[in-house]
Design a protein around this ligand. Structure first.
Ligand code: SF4
Ligand code: SF4
Length: 289
């Protein structure tokens, strides 16, 4: 079983359009939506939820006992999660990393660590195979952890059902969730666009895949909106041993199809669809070899 993560370095490059097209073309596979902060793969795949579970994140400290305002916990917390007021001690649950130092140090055992629900993850069925996806609760920060969790579940499903591939819609950006989207995958595809910020984000995403030693492909979406920048990306790929699958031209039919929740690859007249199908034909030979 092989895994490919489709990432972009930033949102809005067409990553999910390309991933959902691959999933449609692949048919029998397991898909994962790692964009747990703003999931949208489900819009195209219309999953039927079979199972939903609470995601319990790491621990966080809370003041539960009688505080004598000694200030030791505030001094000891290196994450600056604790502040004091005239009357009490406050622990910021977002800054708290659950290290437990304050609980240890409190002379009157006024602090306790708790695990809290931080989101929900779903195991669903789609026309194109099982899908694992999740939603973080508002204010929850553990997107890297929940991405790791849903990827483990997807791997179990793939192994137990003899699926040959896992197609991962990676998290955008280059932070913890995208690192979790890449950890342990066989291949990565970076979707970029020919803008200055696109080039910069593309290079940062490539730094990550290089760090994890992942065989990486690239494709340039809306390549003809700036031919000069497209060439810069092609040259970068050539000079950095990165396989450029090709360029997808700007195509009005893509947003039209998306607005109707239709797969662009179902439109035989679409120039973008022709390229995406061509890319999948190349990738599937590698994934299923
Ligand atoms: S558990 Fe650690 S990070 Fe959280 S408030 Fe206590 S000392 Fe700070
Ligand atoms: S260490 Fe305990 S008693 Fe001292 S300020 Fe913190 S919570 Fe209060």
């Amino acid at each position: 079983m092989k895994q490919i993560s489709i990432i972009s370095g930033k949102g809005g490059t067409g990553k999910t359009t390309i991933t959902s097209s691959f999933i449609k073309l692949a048919g029998d596979q397991v898909s994962v939506d790692c964009d747990v902060d703003a999931a949208n793969l489900h819009i195209m795949l219309s999953p039927v939820i079979k199972e939903s579970n609470d995601f319990i994140g790491g621990e966080a400290a809370r003041v539960t006992g009688e505080c004598i305002q000694c200030g030791k916990c505030e001094e000891a917390c290196r994450f600056m999660a604790i502040s004091d007021s005239e009357t009490d001690i406050k622990i910021d649950p977002i800054k708290c990393e659950g290290c437990g130092v304050c609980e240890e140090i409190c002379p009157v055992d006024a602090i306790e660590l708790f695990s809290e629900k931080q989101g929900t993850y779903y195991i669903s069925e789609t026309k194109y195979g099982p899908m694992v996806h999740a939603k973080l609760d508002p204010g929850s920060e553990n997107s890297g952890l929940i991405v790791s969790r849903i990827r483990e579940i997807a791997e179990d499903i793939a192994v137990n059902n003899n699926k040959k591939a896992i197609l991962i819609d990676g998290a955008p950006g280059i932070g913890c969730p995208v690192i979790s989207s890449l950890n342990g995958v066989d291949y990565a595809l970076i979707v970029t666009e020919p803008t200055l910020s696109g080039i910069s984000d593309f290079k940062k995403a490539h730094e990550l895949t290089k760090f994890f030693n992942i065989e990486t492909f690239a494709c340039i979406n809306k390549s003809d909106i700036n031919e000069k920048n497209s060439r810069i990306i092609s040259d970068y790929c050539r000079d950095n041993d990165l396989t450029l699958l090709g360029k997808i031209p700007y195509d009005e039919m893509v947003p039209e199809a998306l607005s109707r929740k239709q797969f662009i690859v179902d439109n035989p007249k679409s120039p973008a669809a022709k390229k995406i199908i061509e890319f999948w034909d190349k990738l599937k030979k590698i994934l299923y070899s």
